[in-house]
Design a protein around this ligand. Structure first.
Ligand SMILES: Cc1cc2nc3c(=O)[nH]c(=O)nc-3n(C[C@H](O)[C@H](O)[C@H](O)COP(=O)(O)OP(=O)(O)OC[C@H]3O[C@@H](n4cnc5c(N)ncnc54)[C@H](O)[C@@H]3O)c2cc1C
Length: 425
């Protein structure tokens, strides 16, 4: 049986970044799960907007360099009210330079981020990658957790970071319950080429069925631009590129998904209202039913929840992985807070670490999940008072620049003090 101080189960972006974060803090760690790969049959064409703290974390764990050239700055966010409501809000442009920043964050292809993080995992001395198709059982004990792999091997750790996704087996082993909810909405996601430049602006059309959001891509000189451009099709000349997250009612999403490319592109152009010129090509479309989930506790019995094992938020406002990166950075700090015994040995799974992690994550996760839920429900609500309040809020942001700047700063900040790996330098 192998052993480590901290075992991380799950090789999605949350697990990879957690493994690198705890290793960067000097813990002896093991990452357990399948080797990450982008399945050509079902390519992951999602792009992920990462904000300031997440970028600092990538820099501090040495992974930002591995993503070099593959990210596009998000210099501004535009909101266009396309609800057709009586209380229609004015168009608002939030610009990073108004709060003395070059960019709010960067957009990067999920598959490229995962590949870059995995490269860093393999290069890290105090981190072992234990490849297995899956973990089949987890047993908790007073002073360790035992993890059984599908091929019969087992691993023992003081603390288990469960990053095994929304149906987490490790969460069940910890005895942690969750609260789940659904939305009457589905997101259709694809990347596309267009004739007018995006100017590094992400645009959210607020529609009654849900947001229709374009996110700029391809500024990186051959990174995600070249690769995802290849998925889109060689016949489309260079052009400009963006990703689209289009939220619709499930029946309408089914109809849109079934359209041929030309039909889909025509409908996209109608909703884009000329914003990015003509749509010249699109990549494969993927469909994500919208759902939400939060764990009722974030750590218990030497198991700490990370990423979608702890929280699922709909892809609105780009919060999901940003929250997961904060899980990783806080866990690295909390684990380090364990006092040493007489031999100077630390137990990163002791109860004080579990309590500190629960305290560190509860407010941040609950407030973000609540915020995304409120934004979405205010948009799709049929109630006039709700529509009025939403319209009024946007009017106030438009009319009062200091309020707009305060809102931008609040949007960039985590709740509470930043964990050490998210501070600059
Ligand atoms: C359309 C869309 C757009 C998004 N855009 C953004 C964005 O702009 N910004 C943002 O911050 N977030 C965004 N998100 C959210 C983000 O994609 C997710 O938060 C993130 O991918 C979750 O990563 P994860 O590692 O927690 O989970 P997963 O990626 O699901 O990884 C879980 C891993 O655990 C492994 N696993 C599962 N069970 C076991 C087991 N028993 N044993 C071993 N391993 C196991 C799986 O193989 C997998 O590797 C978006 C999501 C969607 C759907």
């Amino acid at each position: 049986m192998s052993d480590s101080d901290i075992a991380i189960v799950g090789t999605g972006p949350a697990g990879l970044v957690t493994a690198l974060a705890v290793a960067a803090k000097g813990h002896d760690a093991a990452l357990i799960g399948p080797r990450p790969r982008n399945d050509p049959e079902r390519p992951d064409t999602r792009t992920i907007a990462l904000f300031e703290g997440a970028i600092s974390l990538l820099k501090n764990i040495g992974a930002w360099q591995a993503c070099a050239g593959d990210h596009t700055p998000l210099e501004a966010i535009r909101i266009i009210d396309d609800t057709g409501n009586l209380f229609r809000a004015p168009e608002i442009l939030f610009e990073a330079r108004d709060i003395e920043r070059q960019a709010f964050g960067y957009n990067i292809a999920n598959a490229r981020l995962v590949a870059a993080l995995f490269e860093c995992v393999l290069a890290q001395d105090n981190l072992t990658f234990i490849e297995t198709s899956r973990v089949v059982d987890v047993r908790t004990h007073d002073d360790h957790v035992e993890i059984e792999l599908e091929d019969g091997r087992s691993h023992r750790a003081r603390l288990l970071a469960a990053a095994d996704g929304r149906n987490s087996l490790c969460r069940a082993a910890a005895g942690i319950e969750v609260t789940r909810w659904d939305y009457p909405q589905t997101a259709i996601v694809c990347n596309f080429k267009h004739t007018l430049p995006h100017d590094n602006i992400s645009t959210e059309f607020h529609r009654k069925a849900g947001p229709f959001t374009t996110v700029p891509m391809g500024g990186g000189g051959g990174g995600i631009g070249a690769d995802i451009g290849a998925d889109i099709g060689a016949d489309a000349d260079a052009g400009h590129m963006s990703s689209l997250v289009w939220v619709e009612a499930p029946g309408e999403a089914d109809r849109l998904k079934a359209l041929n490319d030309a039909g889909y592109m025509a409908e996209m152009e109608t909703h884009l209202q000329g914003l990015l010129g003509s749509v010249t090509a699109i990549g494969p479309r993927a469909v994500f039913p919208l759902a939400g989930m939060t764990a009722r506790e974030f750590a218990r019995n030497r198991i700490a929840l990370i990423g979608e094992a702890a929280h699922v938020v709909p892809p609105i406002g780009a919060q999901g992985l940003n929250l997961s990166f904060r899980d990783a950075a806080y866990l690295a700090d909390c684990a380090l807070s364990a006092p040493g015994n007489s031999e100077g040995k630390h137990d990163p799974g002791m109860q004080s670490v579990i309590d500190a992690y629960n305290d560190a994550r509860r407010r941040d996760v609950e407030s973000r999940a609540w915020g995304v839920d409120l934004l979405n429900r205010a948009l799709i609500s049929e109630h006039y008072p709700m529509q009025f309040l939403r319209g009024l809020g946007l009017h106030m942001l438009h009319a009062m620049p200091p309020l707009k700047q305060a809102a931008m700063r609040a949007g960039m900040k985590a709740d509470g003090a930043l964990p050490s790996l998210m501070r600059e330098g």
